[in-house]
Design a protein around this ligand. Structure first.
Ligand code: G6P
Ligand code: ZN
Length: 582
């Protein structure tokens, strides 16, 4: 057994290591500065209680983006030096974010050990490569992201750090081969276990869904399917689950080989960035041929999803509502009923209507998955989702891109039980339109202004808050812009009191609520790596079934105009159009 020593290295604080909504995300060139990663990792160890580090088992893996392989070796060496007993690594350093959550909660190591936390190496949907983004975040023993108490401590530690521990002479571990490597250190044995990235996750999915009924759907000549991993880590799971387990054609997988730079693309599953899929589904400018019945995409670390039907886009806000409305019948895991449902504040109120009709507990939380995790740990929520292409359930404590696709396939399989041999297929579009007919439709769109000057973004937001002090004034301005929109009846900054731990989160987005249920929401993104990103969320409720079939941008045009003029978007940002519309 190779032996290693522990070296204490002197260091000093580096500015700007405050973790955002989902960890620390910076350009690779920032991460590769001397001591940058080391400072953050040591600050994390120092923020955890001793038993979560010394003698503990930790997972280290991620979406495989550029710099991951180097980072994994550094973290292994620092873990060994800090007294960690075991490190688990997915083969080739690959584990999707939901798979990490599943591994923490479910996996038992070859020696019977269980993990108590994880370093996830990802910048999610941000591009990768030497000139793009890298990221790191820490997840806790429940499988969810570290709570603010811990991330604040990590940040405080980064501001005072003086030294870190590393086993410099520990040889690099071959993370491409499954197996255990053991080393001897000053405090005893240290193991690195490399394991198959997909097995634990596949097992969990099989315990949630009826794979047999999905298989019947996917292998039916009436159905066709397409999945785009955008060169992210979802590819490692898509082949195993959709092709090997469920019988989909290999040709139905697009971009399913994980790449360090995501093929030069932007691994974010939306109508702008998932271009190939969008074309294939008949929604693009260069679409040709008959599109498949169902298409989906994932982001770099596979926690996000976009669901499409033939020439049809399902908004994420509708997606979670439709999953919640059908979960009990279509998904075995939920057959005993839903404990409750939840959405983030900017997500449309489609889920609220389902919750009301089905008499389910309902929660509106700030943006960020950790708020759902608390509710789930307390047994108060089964299904939740966000407008930002995140959907999930209490099977883990992260959102789950492949789970969402399996949920949709389950609903399709359920609705088509009698149709696969004869009869007309119930399509994705049919399911969504039927849902609107029953519950009404929430027209919804989001405008993103990326990489705006941070000062200008702050001023824009401050001005919107100031306006809220007089609704009469606001209504005067609104009427001057468009006379055909409803009255603003409430304006505030969203604030949340967590019903489980009582913690209060302030300044979670600026809301303007209209008399007819319409909403305008303005928020600054918490996940960008440069400048500021302003998000504008626009929503309008239509209950009349004869009016739920309109084009969404057309239906929302009056509200969009009000939002842009009321906020003086162009004046503050200098932008005449958003970077992305979803
Ligand atoms: C990450 C989090 C999500 C959150 C999203 C918001 O993906 O996991 O829970 O909705 O960031 O991003 P934003 O850029 O809007 O802060
Ligand atoms: Zn992600």
């Amino acid at each position: 057994m190779a032996r290693f020593n522990v070296t204490k290295k002197l260091t000093s604080p580096i500015d700007g290591q405050k973790p955002g909504t989902s960890g620390l995300r910076k350009k690779v060139k920032v991460f590769i500065q001397p001591n940058y990663l080391e400072n953050f990792v040591q600050s994390t160890f120092n923020a955890l209680t001793t038993e979560k580090v010394r003698g503990a088992t930790l997972v280290v893996s991620g979406d495989g983006r550029y710099y991951s392989k180097d980072a994994i070796q550094i973290i292994i060496k620092m873990a060994a030096a800090n007294g960690v007993r075991r490190i688990w690594v997915g083969q080739n350093g690959l584990l999707s974010t939901p798979a990490v959550s599943a591994v923490i909660r479910e996996r038992v190591g070859v020696d019977g050990s269980r993990a108590s936390g994880a370093f996830i190496l990802t910048a999610s949907h941000n591009p990768g490569g030497p000139h793009e983004d890298f990221g790191i975040k820490y997840n806790m023993e429940n499988g969810g992201p570290a709570p603010e108490g811990i991330t604040d401590k990590i940040y405080e530690n980064t501001k005072t750090i003086k030294e870190y521990l590393i086993a410099e002479d520990l040889p690099n571990v071959d993370i491409s081969a499954i197996g255990v490597s053991s080393f001897g250190g000053p405090e005893g044995q240290f193991d690195v276990e490399v394991f198959d990235s997909a097995s634990d996750y596949v097992k969990l999915m099989k315990s949630i869904f009826d794979f047999e009924s999905i298989r019947k759907l996917l292998t039916s000549p009436k159905f066709s399917f397409c999945y785009d991993a955008l060169h992210g880590v979802a590819g490692a799971y898509a082949k195993r689950i959709f092709v090997e387990e469920l019988g989909a054609q290999e040709s139905s997988l697009l971009n399913c080989v994980p790449k360090e730079d995501f093929g030069g693309g932007h691994p974010d599953p939306n109508l702008t960035y998932a271009k190939e899929l969008v074309d294939r589904m008949g929604l693009g400018k260069s679409s040709s041929g008959e599109p498949p019945e169902f298409g989906a995409a994932a982001d770099g670390d596979a926690d996000r999803n976009m669901v499409l039907g033939k020439r049809f886009f399902v908004t994420p806000s509708d997606s979670v509502a439709i999953i919640a409305a059908n979960a009990v019948e279509a998904i075995p895991y939920f057959s005993a009923g839903l404990k409750g449902v939840a959405r983030s504040m900017p997500t449309s109120a489609a889920l609220d209507v389902v919750a009301k009709n089905l008499k389910l507990k309902f929660f509106e939380v700030p943006t960020g998955w950790k708020f759902f995790g608390n509710l789930m740990d307390a047994g108060m929520c089964s299904v939740c989702g966000e407008e930002s292409f995140g959907t999930g359930s209490d099977h883990i404590r992260e959102k789950d891109g492949i789970w969402a696709v399996l949920a949709w396939l389950s609903i399709l399989a359920y609705k088509n039980k009698g149709n696969l041999d004869g009869g007309k297929l119930v399509s994705v579009e049919d399911i969504v339109r039927q849902h609107w007919a029953t519950y009404g439709r929430h027209y919804y769109t989001r405008y993103d202004y990326e990489n705006v000057d941070a000062g200008a973004a702050k001023e824009l937001m401050a001005n919107l808050v100031k306006l809220q002090s007089s609704l009469d004034e606001v209504n005067g301005i609104v009427k001057g812009i468009r006379s055909d929109v409803a009255k603003v009846v409430h304006g505030d900054e969203f604030e949340y009191k967590d019903p489980v731990d009582g913690s209060i989160s302030k300044h979670q987005g600026i809301r303007y609520l209209f008399e007819d249920g319409s909403r305008l929401v303005f928020r600054l993104s918490g996940t960008g790596s440069e400048g500021a990103t302003i998000r504008l969320y626009i929503e309008q409720y239509e209950k009349d079934p004869s009016k739920t079939g309109r084009d969404s941008q057309e239906a929302l045009a009056p509200l969009v105009e009000v939002a842009l003029k009321l906020s003086k978007m162009q004046e503050f940002t200098g932008r005449s159009a958003p970077t992305v519309i979803t």
